[in-house]
Ligand binder design. Structure first.
Ligand SMILES: [Zn+2]
Length: 406
């Protein structure tokens, strides 16, 4: 029986003295990596002892799958939706900086914009693997413009659209291309939405419900047509009402097709969602919870006043205000902060907190064959953490790409 070693001469790295997150548990096992993938060590035991070319002593730390952020609008002074900037350079900066927060892949998110912006920005950024230069790009998340006027939140009203009885055709004209798009957030109550949901899902694009006035039956209808995500649960949708719980009701709906899971994004920054509401969602539907940052330009900037485009914002603690007001101008939370806050606020286990930022978003995007877990054969995108869930180091494809204090 041939061993893997004889199949490949590539160097093998062995992570020792660690607890690895596998099968929903932290296990005191070593982690083996070769050619950027997680290796099954049993296949190696036919070789002589000492087959690891390199050992990494983890000093008792936790190894979790790298975090995946499916909703991030920018950060560190960069806004992906502003085409006046060189999008490629801006994206590189953000993808590099989020490594220190444990994020190894992400969906750059565009808020409602005029067609010219989509036509300019979308062709400039391709799905790409991560590496020493930054986290990988899984494809765009396009949030809008097919959303509700009443629940537009911070989206610019003048660019909101309906499908104009043209369904996917209107969407294609607006976006220009769907080639590097992984997710679209839309409001299912708009006329023609259900046919668009179906078309997008057939093309392998995840459909999320959000910025919407939908009642529960409209939301269930969208799920039956293939929608599988809820954008920032509780924010920008009808509040829970016991006679019609709206989109929130999907968490406990009995109309979800067998074998399907509805996932929901939570901005667990302690500001956008009250901890009691976070607990309600988590207890009702723990396996669907996906942590997102929904971070904006100001994430990662120091406290004080910043000029961002036409706007002046003021950062105080975890709040980013439009200067001189108490209007929140988006989240400035980082993913590792959200993981810690989620654990503390919900009382969930370390494993659950980590899976909400790794396994669940990977399940949502249908990429668990390579991301979101430490199964044999998966990409060795890793985050090493201490027991307080502070990041020690980040790896992509088995290579260290960030280390605390380095
Ligand atoms: Zn939003």
């Amino acid at each position: 029986m041939p061993s893997n070693k004889s199949v490949s001469d590539a160097p093998i790295t062995q992570f020792i003295n660690c607890r690895i997150l596998r099968d929903h548990m932290l296990k005191g096992e070593d982690l083996w990596v070769r050619e950027g993938k997680i290796l099954d060590p049993e296949k190696l035991f036919f070789d002589e002892q000492g087959f690891a070319d390199k050992r990494v002593d983890c000093d008792g730390s936790i190894i979790a799958p790298g975090f995946i952020d499916v909703q991030i609008n920018g950060g560190f002074g960069i806004d992906f939706s502003r085409p006046s900037e060189d999008i490629g350079v801006g994206l590189s900066l953000v993808s590099k900086k989020i490594l220190e927060h444990g994020v190894t892949s992400f969906c750059p998110t565009l808020v409602t914009s005029p067609p010219a912006v989509y036509h300019k920005v979308l062709p400039q950024i391709k799905v790409q693997n991560g590496g020493p230069n930054g986290a990988g790009v899984l494809g765009f998340h396009l949030e809008g413009p097919y959303i509700s006027m009443e629940k537009k939140g911070a989206h610019p009203e003048q660019y909101l659209r309906t499908f104009r009885s043209r369904g996917i055709e209107d969407l294609m004209e607006t976006y220009g291309s769907l080639e590097d798009v992984s997710m679209v957030t839309l409001a299912p109550e708009l006329a023609d939405s259900q046919s668009v949901v179906k078309e997008l899902c057939q093309r392998g694009i995840t459909v999320s419900l959000g910025h919407s006035m939908a009642n529960l039956s409209q939301a269930e209808d969208a799920v039956q047509h293939g929608a599988s995500f809820i954008t920032h649960l509780f924010n920008a949708m009808l509040p829970f009402h016991h006679r019609d719980p709206g989109i929130v009701g999907l968490l406990t709906s009995d109309q979800i097709p067998a074998g399907r899971t509805v996932f929901y994004g939570m901005i667990a920054d302690g500001i956008h969602t009250n901890p009691a509401a976070l607990r309600i969602a988590h207890r009702a539907h723990p396996s669907g919870l996906v942590l997102v940052t929904d971070a904006i330009t100001a994430m990662g900037l120091p406290p004080g006043r910043h000029t961002l485009g036409q706007q002046v914002i003021e950062i105080q603690g975890l709040h980013a205000y439009v200067a001189g007001t108490k209007t929140l101008s988006g989240s400035i939370a980082t993913m590792d902060m959200c993981v810690r806050h989620f654990k503390q606020a919900s009382g969930c286990s370390i494993e659950e907190a980590l899976e909400a930022a790794s396994l669940h978003p990977a399940q949502l995007l249908g990429i668990t064959n390579r991301k979101g877990n430490l199964d044999y054969g998966s990409d060795a995108d890793l985050v090493l953490l201490n027991d307080d869930l502070n990041i020690i180091s980040t790896y992509i494809s088995g290579e260290e790409v960030w280390k605390k204090g380095a």
